[in-house]
Design a protein around this ligand. Structure first.
Ligand SMILES: Cc1cc2nc3c(=O)[nH]c(=O)nc-3n(C[C@H](O)[C@H](O)[C@H](O)COP(=O)(O)OP(=O)(O)OC[C@H]3O[C@@H](n4cnc5c(N)ncnc54)[C@H](O)[C@@H]3O)c2cc1C
Length: 517
């Protein structure tokens, strides 16, 4: 009888893992509170892959490294960029209707930090929705994949330090247990923030499950803030914060301050890549420019017919708000968007708990370093989703964690203040927005640590805060006004594990030696 793997999560990573197991001859139980219940269907811009005639995986690798501010795991970035074209071929075989040029070739967009056009997209800016729909069609038609849609996984079962299965509960309260190796693909935690582009369901629940099971977490202080989320009161939008995809800037969109100046092209906030600088830089520039008044994204100088044809879904989303994508000045501000950190994993999704594998945004292979390159996260779901599924089927053991720890040192264990009774929901989102946002400092982080409890969503929020408190430098998406520069001695990863002091581990020697980043 072939082996059965449990996959938790019905987004791009979970469905990719499930299909990899089934294609390799295994059986799968895919448990998900909802197919497409997380971030995947909301992804707009696209998937990065070096498929253009002027491009190469090597160039994509270098862009990934440069964006990650010295913390990218070089081996993971190699895997990501070299396997990308094959995973795009898988999606084409699954029926994803990627947009094409008139000559039939794939249409390639441009986004911040990329030096080539390599963003493959569908439905204009509806890439995630098309990927989820196509993958779901194949998953539901695959006899070796049993889909349980509705239940939530509430615990990962362990025995003698190994993951042995999961506990789950259905919406009507009926619970159950399933046994087998587990691939966790439950998404990230940026939806914990009050101002976030993620659905509120993306609240780090899976990261918390892995923590409770004893798995090591890494890099949680690195939360990416998308520079251009619509800056209108949430009640007006029906969304927490509506994303205006980076691809709009790739098509020529300009950022204007309240005096109509392109502040990324000229003046003290300017950058050589202007609006297409890496996300952390653009987000900080917008933050500072907004101190003098609203900041706008403008496409007024681009052919309106081109914009309307390229981004039909955004045109439709903005229309009820009385905004015209092509001709109006669109008020924008940063919003929490993505977490680079997560459950530590090796190149095959194996965590420090044997039998537990992770893939997608819940995982932290180190591939994004301190700042993710745009459109590398759907790609991560595809590349590492497949790897994690196969590893779970074959029972691959975790590799490299002990070596990494041995290179490092233990850090101060105690946060500066004891946690009080804790906050949840909106209050938790507010604390994260105000104290752990684009700009951080000691006082704000300490205040957050004092207010966030070690329970529920507070567990993951506290891991973000503790990492931010420990990391006394600025690097990538983590910016502290009290330590505004990167510090070479901090060029490594903060590992957090339940019941143990946090640990600092330098990045692999290959990356530390390479000055390409
Ligand atoms: C607005 C927006 C735009 C984006 N645009 C892009 C883009 O253009 N390109 C790009 O590369 N990335 C983009 N991203 C990021 C990217 O979409 C995500 O990183 C990626 O989709 C994460 O996929 P995932 O499969 O890891 O998790 P998710 O898609 O979040 O899926 C998680 C799944 O797990 C299920 N689940 C969670 N917890 C449990 C539980 N306890 N029990 C059972 N089921 C559970 C959920 O129901 C869901 O099905 C964007 C994100 C957002 C929010």
């Amino acid at each position: 009888m072939s082996k059965r793997v449990i996959v938790v999560g019905g987004g791009a990573a979970g469905m990719t893992a499930a299909l990899a197991v089934a294609n390799a001859g295994g059986k799968v139980t895919l448990i998900t509170s909802a197919i497409g219940g997380g971030s995947s269907p909301w992804a707009q811009g696209g998937v990065a892959a070096a498929v253009g005639p002027d491009d190469s995986p090597d160039q994509h690798f270098l862009d990934t490294l440069a964006c990650g501010a010295g913390l990218v795991d070089e081996a993971a970035a190699r895997v990501l960029t070299e396997e990308a074209p094959a995973r795009i071929a898988d999606l084409l075989a699954a029926g994803v209707p990627f947009d094409r040029e008139p000559d039939g070739s794939l249409a390639l967009g441009l986004e911040g930090g990329h030096h080539r056009r390599r963003i493959i997209h569908a439905g204009g800016g509806a890439t995630g929705w098309h990927i989820v729909r196509s993958l779901a069609n194949v998953v539901l038609a695959t006899p070796d994949i049993s889909v349980l849609e509705g239940p939530s996984v509430t615990a990962i079962r362990t025995h003698a330090g190994r993951a042995t299965g999961v506990e789950l509960v259905w919406p009507d309260g009926i619970d159950g247990v399933l046994e087998g190796p587990v691939v966790l693909a439950t998404g990230g935690c940026a939806g914990l923030y009050g101002r976030s582009t993620n659905p509120g369901t993306v609240n780090g629940g899976g990261i918390g499950l892995a923590w409770q099971a004893g798995a090591a977490l890494a890099d949680l202080e690195f939360v990416q803030f998308h520079p251009t989320a619509l800056d209108l009161p949430a009640a007006d939008m029906g969304h927490k914060a509506l994303l205006l995809t980076e691809a709009l800037r790739g098509e020529g969109g300009q950022l204007l301050d309240s005096r109509g100046r392109r502040f990324l092209a000229e003046g003290p906030l300017a950058h050589p890549l202007a609006e297409l600088a890496p996300r952390d830089i653009v987000a900080r520039a917008i933050h500072y420019a907004r101190q003098d008044g609203p900041v706008y994204l403008s496409l007024r100088h681009v052919d309106p017919d081109h914009i309307r044809a390229r981004f039909p879904n955004l045109v439709a989303l903005l229309k009820p708000l009385g905004l015209d994508l092509a001709t109006d000045l669109l008020p924008v501000a940063p919003a929490a968007h993505y977490v680079m950190g997560g459950v530590w994993s090796d190149l095959h999704g194996a965590t420090t708990v044997p039998g537990l594998y992770v893939a997608g945004e819940v995982a932290c292979t180190g591939v994004h370093g301190a700042n993710r390159l745009a459109s590398n996260s759907l790609l991560e779901c595809l590349v590492f989703g497949r790897r994690a599924g196969l590893a779970a089927l074959e029972g691959v053991q975790p590799d490299g964690f002990d070596d990494m720890l041995n290179r490092g040192v233990a850090l101060e264990a105690d946060p500066p203040l004891p946690a009080d009774e804790g906050v949840s929901g909106a209050a938790l989102g507010e604390i994260l927005d105000h104290n752990l946002g684009v700009i951080r400092d000691e006082a704000g982080i300490v205040e957050a640590l004092a207010r966030l409890a070690e329970d529920g969503n507070g567990v993951v929020a506290r891991r973000i805060a503790l990492g931010a408190w420990l990391r006394r430098e600025s690097r990538g998406a983590h910016f502290r006004v009290d330590y505004p520069e990167p510090v070479e001695a901090w060029r490594g990863r903060i590992i957090q594990q339940r019941g143990q002091p946090p640990h600092f581990a330098p990045v692999r020697a290959a990356v530390a030696a390479g000055e390409r980043a």
